[in-house]
Design a binder for this molecule. Structure first.
Ligand code: ARG
Length: 394
């Protein structure tokens, strides 16, 4: 008598594929149920995972949460200008949602154990484990527990009739959702090595981008994008279309040294064309609409929100409190932003909002409705203590 059922978070890659026979042979489970969660990976990846899961597991589920991912996670991260060490977060945002789907299947299947293919070196193990532990699940992570080599895995796959799709496997570890694509591992692990052009899939090199600038208009309602060039779209469709437009203009590449939660520094490369444009547009609109006090304080709140988001601590009570603050500020973040995309750069060209705090009458060189002599009184007291201090030094 074995240990019953285990539900495995399944991508269809080599690691999670060999987990299926491993969970039976090494861990003693009777039934392995695979779950692939669609957060906007390439359709062919999802199809491959579905096909493979059906072939090698006892039961397979593919769950499409693309719109939910956009509405429940990406939109809040736009409101929060969500970024970590300077790049728009992507993987970090998707993990908790994927883990929740695994938990749901485990509950319907009556399984007390879940498994994932994360190693013991990265962030994803922590993000998954956190959600699984919140749900009281037992966790198995064969890649972290068994110290396997690539060669051993390929051999083991062959012996167990697990198809190894790519010849000698892809040389990189890639994680993708509709908001961001991350590439790491292989030759990129030497941070001095220049990335080969063929690692990129969503963006052209800025030097290959068209010589003519392309303009887009984004309409926001309450902090979230609702239309592209005047056409109202669902969040997922808008992001997909903008990924194509910004990607063909070479926008949204990052090559950086990132501090992981464990403290390990890693060389990470990202592509996130739509995210780069939407975050630039959103930040600009906030500067039109929010007060100076709100902007300064929200900057701190956004940073903290992003730090918790990066760690995947979405059930931390502070996360909900920060989100509530952010939502309140976003009630007025409605308006349009025009942007020019050109050879890897995105520049805001114009913005407008009915909630703007901008007054051309106040700021204009040409208007006389504000008596400038009033400023003399203000200026009399301005920097008073600093002036007293400066005079002491004489
Ligand atoms: N460093 C990023 C993060 O922790 C991305 C990791 C993605 N994983 C991968 N296998 N490429 O959010």
């Amino acid at each position: 008598m074995g240990k019953g059922k285990v539900v495995l978070a399944f991508s269809g890659g080599l690691d999670t594929s060999i987990c299926v026979p491993l969970l039976k042979e090494q861990y003693g489970y009777d039934e392995v149920i695979t779950v692939a969660v669609d957060v906007g990976q390439p359709e062919s990846d999802i199809e491959k995972a579905t096909e493979k899961g059906r072939m090698i597991a006892d039961r397979h589920y593919t769950i499409d949460i693309k719109e939910k991912f956009v509405n429940d996670v990406i939109f809040p991260s736009i409101k929060a200008n969500g970024s970590y060490e300077g790049y728009p977060m992507g993987t970090a945002l998707a993990r908790p949602l994927i883990a929740e789907e695994i938990v749901k299947i485990a509950r319907t299947e009556g399984a007390a154990t879940v498994a994932h293919g994360c190693t013991g070196k990265g962030n994803d193990q922590l993000r998954f484990d956190f959600i699984f532990r919140c749900a009281g699940m037992e966790i198995i992570a064969p890649m972290r527990e068994m110290n396997l080599t690539r060669e051993w895995e390929i051999e083991y796959a062959r012996e167990h009739n697990v198809p190894v799709s790519v010849v000698r496997e892809k040389p990189y570890s890639i994680d993708e959702n509709c908001w961001s694509r991350s590439i790491e591992g292989g030759i990129l692990e030497n941070p001095a090595t220049h990335p080969p052009e063929d690692i990129y899939a969503w963006t052209v090199s800025p030097r290959e981008a068209p010589d003519v600038p392309e303009e887009v208009r984004i309409d926001f309602e309450r902090g979230v994008p609702v239309a592209l060039d005047g056409e109202r779209l669902t969040g997922y469709a808008l992001i997909q279309r903008l990924n194509l437009i910004a990607g063909r203009n070479g926008i949204g590449r990052n090559d950086m040294i990132e501090d992981r939660i464990l403290g390990i520094k890693a060389r990470e490369i990202y592509e996130h064309p739509a995210a780069t444009v939407l975050l630039a547009a959103h930040r600009d609109l906030e500067h039109l609409v929010l007060s100076r006090q709100e902007l300064a304080f929200k900057h701190i709140v956004d940073d903290k929100w992003s730090e918790l988001g990066y760690m995947g601590l979405v059930h931390e009570p502070l996360f909900a409190a920060l989100s509530a603050f952010i939502d309140t500020t976003q009630e007025r973040v409605t308006g349009s932003v025009d942007l020019v995309l050109y050879k890897g750069s995105v520049v805001v060209a114009g913005r407008s909002s009915v909630s703007g705090l901008y007054s051309d009458d106040l700021v204009s060189f040409d208007s006389t409705s504000l008596d400038q002599n009033f400023a003399v009184g203000f200026s009399t007291y301005f920097g008073l203590q600093a002036r007293l201090h400066k005079n002491l030094e004489k």
